[in-house]
Design a protein around this ligand. Sequence first.
Ligand SMILES: Nc1ncnc2c1ncn2[C@@H]1O[C@H](COP(=O)(O)OP(=O)(O)O)[C@@H](O)[C@H]1O
Ligand SMILES: [Mg+2]
Length: 251
Amino acid sequence: MNAIEIQHLRVGYGDKVLLQDLNFSIATGEVFVILGGSGCGKSSLLKNLFGLYQPLAGDVLIDGMNITKAQGQERQNIMTRFGVMYQQGALFGSMTLLENVRLFMEEYTQLSRPEMDLLARCKLDLVGLLPYASYMPNEISGGMQKRAAIARAIALDPKILFLDEPSAGLDPITSADLDQTILDLAKNLGITFVIVSHELASIYAIANRIIMLDKESKSIIAQGDPRVLRDSSADPRVRQFFNRVMTKEVA
Ligand SMILES: Nc1ncnc2c1ncn2[C@@H]1O[C@H](COP(=O)(O)OP(=O)(O)O)[C@@H](O)[C@H]1O
Ligand SMILES: [Mg+2]
């Protein structure tokens, strides 16, 4: 079964259409990566997928349930199936890592404090941060902050995780650590990942499948295995994208 199905989706704000008639699906357990130039609407698409913004048209089905139409309890049910790490996905600076992870549990569960603490420690352990549970966000590195944000995003055991440019601003080694965390969570917990990314090394490391969005045509210009696209896409825009990023990486 597909974790997410996108049907005739139009992404934008008011009169401004960023992407139109998008149709694609994301399989359960897949690490799915969304590519595309700056400003083409990747973050906006992601926000449509997890229901923060209503799309201009079309439908998004999560585990078969239509998030664009659901209301009340049904919407609440869908919302608990996924976790989100935003592009500016900062932790709450005045709380420890443990408190950051516990926050959603306090809001959405009836667990006791010791139960929440135990679970929050488990989540921190999953991303390799258990020894830092009592640290404040500004006491740890940028890469650790990203991993802590992932621990917070999995606080409620989501089936799907949306990450917007998780490795932005990280050096290659820290970025590779984060990729490994993502792969571990996909493999060990069966979480479906939907990730916006620019980093080619990261894309090859984690992506089962990608789609590439194009600002001009407001549509998907490539989809599939990133290596196959790199080696055999007939579309010069696709080749240019992979080559541009590669040139930047070598430099
Ligand atoms: N809440 C919003 N209201 C109106 N326009 C927005 C909003 N969020 C983003 N935009 C605009 O939509 C376009 C695409 O933004 P975004 O989805 O962030 O692109 P990307 O993530 O691909 O860089 C940009 O021109 C941006 O200014
Ligand atoms: Mg963005």
